[in-house]
Design a protein around this ligand. Structure first.
Ligand code: NDP
Length: 336
């Protein structure tokens, strides 16, 4: 039988807007209503740009209040009568909406759930609560959006940021020559420590000219660009013949409409992928989450959590992330 409280705390918004619309709300807790439901009591959840896009109305949200959070970790506290895959007490991490909440409900056959070990530590919950979305973005994109190969030049934007710092590590592990781009010397230093061979400060240097210098005039095989509007053109101009532009974010704004005829001059491939499109099937999720677990547990992939905020301070976390000043990952601690 479920012992889930009637109400719980969430971070969400009723109307779109700036940081002042972010509220800690007390709302009805999800309950087991189907025999295949499971309820997870959250411990940690990751902060992502996508929460800001919903808040600002860049992406539409059907639910009001809209509850923030797209990934989390916690403990299964209730299961429906027909559930066989999970039991009360299982430790899990997952990618799903509504993670900035004390409890979340998912169906048993939900694909993007990872079982954590029985003796998972607080640190495991913290890392896995924040690692899935950005790490799987980096992993799937360097495998499927552009398969990164040994010795090719790869450009990584926001290279000290969440996705960027993982892209730098994974592309370097594959033997690619990573050119990291960021806005400050400290961020570039961090990218170098993570494996970048070359660095460019886009605030003080001409990105296209530097890329030409580094690549002997050829350009890069692929540019992984999460920054969007402000850097789309320099990403495009930095590509080699048959190069690939993976444009996957809007940190500086949404990329304006693009004339496809421009692709033909260098036979360029242009993608605007989203991570969920690569981990939809159970086999895909298993494949990528197994690789990620191995990367994280072996320490090959360094996952830096730069700050942990209590749930009530999510608005500060959003401000910090969206200001562009942070490095690594920001995580929310859910009150128990
Ligand atoms: P980051 O930690 O990378 O933070 C964003 C970084 O972008 C900043 O640190 C800053 O780095 C750079 N930036 C450049 N211009 C701006 C600007 N005007 N405002 C703010 N930041 C700016 O964030 P995430 O790793 O969480 O996400 C990066 C992007 O990737 C987001 O747009 C996100 O939506 C997208 N994303 C897309 C996914 C998908 O499936 N398509 C999945 C996951 C993330 P610097 O100072 O070095 O320029």
């Amino acid at each position: 039988m479920s012992t889930i409280p009637k109400t719980h705390l969430v971070s969400g918004f009723e109307t779109t807007g700036s940081y002042d619309v972010i509220k800690t709300l007390e709302v009805e807790t999800p309950q087991i209503t189907s025999p295949t439901d499971i309820i997870i009591k959250n411990k940690y959840a990751g902060v992502n740009f996508i929460d800001g896009y919903f808040r600002m109305g860049v992406y539409p949200s059907a639910n009001k209040p809209h509850i923030f959070g797209r990934e989390g970790s916690g403990v299964v506290t209730a299961v429906g009568d027909a559930v066989t895959k999970y039991k009360v007490g299982d430790n899990v991490a997952y990618m799903s909406p509504n993670a900035f909440a004390q409890h979340v409900k998912l169906p048993e056959d939900y694909i993007q759930i990872l079982k954590l070990k029985n003796e998972a530590s607080e640190s495991d919950f913290k890392i896995y609560g924040g690692a899935l979305l950005q790490s799987l973005t980096a992993l799937t994109f360097i495998t499927e959006a552009h398969e990164v190969k040994k010795d090719e030049f790869i450009l990584v934007w926001a290279a000290a940021g969440g996705v960027g710092s993982i892209l730098v590590q994974l592309a370097s592990q594959r033997g690619a020559k990573v050119i990291a781009i960021a806005s400050t010397t400290d961020k570039l230093e961090k990218a170098k420590e993570l494996g970048a061979e070359y660095v460019i400060n886009y605030k003080t240097e001409d990105v296209v000219a530097r890329v030409k210098d580094i690549t002997g005039g050829k350009g890069v095989a692929a540019s992984f660009n999460s920054v969007g509007k402000s850097s789309f053109e320099s990403s495009f101009e930095s590509l080699a013949r048959k190069g690939t532009l993976v444009s996957f974010g809007n940190a500086s704004g949404v990329v304006p409409p693009f004339a496809i005829n421009r692709l033909s001059a260098k036979n360029i491939t242009l993608l605007r992928p989203q991570v969920f499109g690569y981990i939809t099937e159970e086999s895909e999720w298993k494949h990528y989450s197994t690789i990620l677990r191995e990367e994280l547990d072996s320490g090959k992939l360094k996952f830096e959590i730069s700050k942990v905020y209590p749930l009530k301070d999510y608005s500060q976390a959003a401000k910090d992330l969206e200001s562009g000043a942070t490095t690594g990952k920001l995580v929310i601690e859910i009150p128990q």
